[in-house]
Write a protein that binds this ligand. Structure first.
Ligand code: MLT
Length: 329
């Protein structure tokens, strides 16, 4: 009996040592094949655009291709769930932001925990939101636009990327601060929402600046203000909400990368280094800043900094989102 116990202990110890060796060996050789980044919104939107710009440069540091996979639906929570359930081997990364990795936790029964089921990798650039409307709206300023919205016989239609998305949270905040009720129209991302705004099918989006800026420049939609206390350098003609008559409506949509929990620390460190290299690359910075994106401060680029930031944002946003009593079918 005693010998059998000793043998079982020996086998367990050997197995553990084998797995530990295999994990460290895989971390040492990582990456040895292409990596997938799951973007939980439709191609062509702000999440997708930022990810593709960064992936192009990260592959130089990592020496392997980063493939962007758009897995959409339910405010981004389906794509995040796919990443959460993937192997913790560094070959599946979860792109997300304030909506997917904070707000969704207050809206959906996710089946995963946004903090304990993911390991933070790095904070990515952020941008303020921008209040934009279809061109047919006869308003030349935010004040005129708010008056137009209030004069509508039915709640104006606001495009979003689904309940819990950044554009939806921004809409809830907008309703809170203006008292104007909106009728949300959910899409699989704000790229398809933007197509309908340009076509005049919906009235407005409280959108990420990076998603609207090209259409504003082309004169295809109207911009009224950015949700910040300072103007966006690459769109300096657009006033801030403080200047335009909606003081204090400040909202920054930040993004980040995560991997499944239990991903080896060495792998997280390699991915973090690739993000830092990309954000230090002048050509990448220029591309992102031209979209109105702001780089994260250098001292906030560690995995720990993203983890702390996500927890702080959960504490900040969940009460307002829960008060909004968002119903998801
Ligand atoms: C959102 O939360 O509005 C998304 O970022 C939209 C998108 O990336 O398509």
């Amino acid at each position: 009996m005693r010998r059998r116990k000793q043998m079982r202990r020996f086998v367990l110890a050997a197995l553990f040592a084998t797995f530990a060796f295999a994990a460290s060996a895989s971390a040492e050789n990582y990456p040895s094949r292409p990596i997938t980044i799951i973007v939980p919104f439709a191609a062509g939107g702000p999440s997708d655009a930022m990810t593709r710009i960064l992936a192009e440069r990260m592959k130089i540091t990592l020496g392997e291709t980063l493939l962007v996979e758009n897995v959409t639906g339910a405010g981004g929570s389906i794509g995040v769930g796919r990443a959460v359930r993937s192997a913790p081997d560094g070959y599946t990364i979860s792109f997300g932001h304030l909506g997917t990795h904070v707000a969704n936790g207050a809206i959906y029964k996710l089946g995963y925990d946004l903090v304990t089921d993911l390991e933070p990798v790095a904070l990515l650039p952020s941008n303020p939101m921008i209040i934009v409307s279809k061109n047919a709206v006869p308003a030349k300023s935010l004040k005129e636009f708010l008056a137009w919205l209030k004069a509508q016989p039915k709640p104006p239609t606001a495009g979003t990327a689904g309940a819990g998305s950044g554009s939806h949270i921004a809409g809830l905040y907008f309703e809170n601060i203006t008292g104007i009720k909106l009728q949300y129209v959910p899409y699989r991302g704000t790229a398809p929402a933007m197509n309908d705004l340009v076509a005049g099918q919906i009235d407005l989006i409280v959108d990420q600046t990076s998603n609207s800026i090209a259409q504003v420049r082309a004169g295809n939609i109207r911009a009224y203000a950015v949700t910040d206390d300072k103007r966006v350098e690459s769109a300096a003609d657009i006033p801030t909400v403080d200047e335009a008559g909606l003081p204090g409506f400040h909202m920054t949509l930040w993004s980040g990368l995560w991997v499944p929990k239990d991903t080896p620390k060495e792998i997280v460190a390699k991915l973090n280094a690739a993000v830092v290299d990309a954000l230090n690359d002048p050509a990448v910075r220029k591309q992102l800043e031209n979209l109105g994106l702001q780089m994260p401060p250098k001292n906030e680029l560690t995995p720990e900094a993203l983890g702390a930031w996500q927890k702080a944002e959960i504490a900040k946003w969940w009460p307002m989102i829960r008060d909004a009593n968002v119903k998801v079918d």
